[in-house]
Design a protein around this ligand. Structure first.
Ligand SMILES: [Zn+2]
Length: 119
């Protein structure tokens, strides 16, 4: 919103500068042109800032993983977190030894962020 106001200000001051120039007031015209370009630059700067801030806000939500372990044979399995998972929850029988598997850990996957530069 502020950007639009500043942009409007820039256009108005440039229009006024043109008017002043036509009326022979060259010094006033020059000042108005300067103001116009400063406002124009400011609005583009704010626009760029807000765009980069929007990009920074877009953070990837890390995946939640559940580690399932068989206490008897040590068979370990990692899968995506499912609703209702909790640590020490009994699960289906182990694929290897038929003993019950339990959830031993629930954690968020931490991904090493790739460093990308916009320029
Ligand atoms: Zn087992």
């Amino acid at each position: 919103m502020i950007v639009l106001v500043v942009l409007a200000l820039a256009l108005v001051s440039l229009a006024l500068a043109f008017n002043a120039f036509m009326e022979g007031e060259e010094i006033v015209a020059i000042y108005l042109v300067i103001i116009g370009f400063i406002a124009l630059g400011l609005s583009t700067y704010v626009l760029m800032q807000s765009r980069s801030r929007a990009a920074a806000m877009k953070i990837e939500t890390p995946k939640t993983l559940t580690t399932i372990e068989c206490k008897k044979c040590g068979f370990k399995n990692v899968r995506e977190f499912q609703r209702g998972d909790y640590v020490y929850k009994d699960l289906d029988k182990c694929q290897k030894c038929d003993d019950r598997q339990i959830i031993t850990a629930i954690y968020k996957e931490v991904k090493e962020k790739e460093k990308t530069f916009p320029f």
